[in-house]
Design a protein around this ligand. Structure first.
Ligand code: NCD
Length: 281
């Protein structure tokens, strides 16, 4: 799974409905051995907390063996290519979850690899499993029509994947770059004051400093939300830095811990889908 473009409506529904069963179901015996005897390889060239740990936890809950590859203590340091690393690892597992700084790396890896590769973020390219868990969380809230993305949109793989997935599902996606230089090249940009009163979800993104020099500072404050609907929810893929004011940390509109909580069950269903195991969750 490399891009949300390859997900049919049926595949999306399969992942969503499997994940809709309460998280506790993942600890039931039937779920526990859904992928028993399969090995999940975690290959992360970039830092990660949530994506890494939730795939790890999802694998364990499905009865999988999990093999995390310590990239920064591997032959990658001796200059080994991604292709050769993946060719090697396919002999040791059944599915590879890959995070890598280059756009298209997941597809590149898949070309030389017979086991499925799941894209856990390819540079500024895509992050399809984050998009699926965000869609799941948005549906859980009910009655969301308009999702407004705010911040550094240009370098965000989360925005790329989720806006495509939401558009396929009939949601309205609006782009409010924090600065003219931070917009998506192929999407019209709006001002926050044009869209604040009818936005249902405000999706805030971190300045992706590792992907470009970002000179502008921006921050979402309570004041910025004054004209918003009382039902507004604020999303963030995390980690957040200064782009969310500390005064919003405990705000009931903050939905990022809900997103985190949905990560394991959605990724467990992604693993079932990719390995064509009947999800028994
Ligand atoms: C995002 C990522 O790595 O793309 N985080 C995540 O996977 N939850 C967002 C980010 O790092 O800003």
């Amino acid at each position: 799974m490399h891009s949300v473009d390859e997900l049919s409506s049926a595949a999306i529904e399969r992942v969503m409905s499997g994940a809709a069963v309460h998280d506790n179901a993942l600890s039931q015996p039937t779920a526990r051995d859904a992928l028993a005897h399969k090995t999940l390889i975690l290959l992360f060239y970039e830092p990660s907390t949530r994506t890494y740990a939730s795939f790890y936890a999802a694998g364990l809950r499905l009865g999988m063996r999990v093999l995390p590859v310590p990239v920064h203590n591997s032959s990658v340091l001796k200059g080994e290519s991604l292709e050769d690393t993946v060719r090697t690892l396919q002999e040791m597992g059944d599915v590879i979850v890959l995070r890598h700084p280059d756009i298209g790396s997941s597809l590149r890896a898949q070309r030389v690899c017979r086991v499925p590769v799941i894209n856990a973020g390819d540079g500024a390219g895509e992050h399809p499993t984050q998009a699926l868990l965000d869609l799941f969380t948005i549906r859980q809230l009910g009655s969301v029509k308009t999702v407004t993305f705010f911040g550094d949109l240009k370098h965000s793989r989360v925005v790329r994947s989720l806006s495509k997935l939401l558009a396929k599902q009939g949601f309205i996606c609006l782009m409010v770059p924090a600065h003219a230089d931070l917009g998506l090249p192929d999407a019209p940009a709006h001002e926050w004051r044009e869209v604040d009163t009818f936005t249902d979800v405000l999706y805030v993104t971190r300045p992706q400093v590792e992907r470009g020099k970002i000179a502008v500072k921006y921050q979402v404050t309570k004041k910025m939300l004054e004209r918003c609907k009382p039902t507004l929810r604020i999303f963030h893929a995390l980690p957040h830095t200064d782009e969310i004011h500390a005064e919003l940390e405990e705000d009931p509109r903050a939905a990022w811990w809900l997103q985190v909580a949905n990560g394991v069950q959605v990724r467990a269903n992604v693993l079932c889908h990719v390995l064509q195991a009947r999800s028994r969750l």
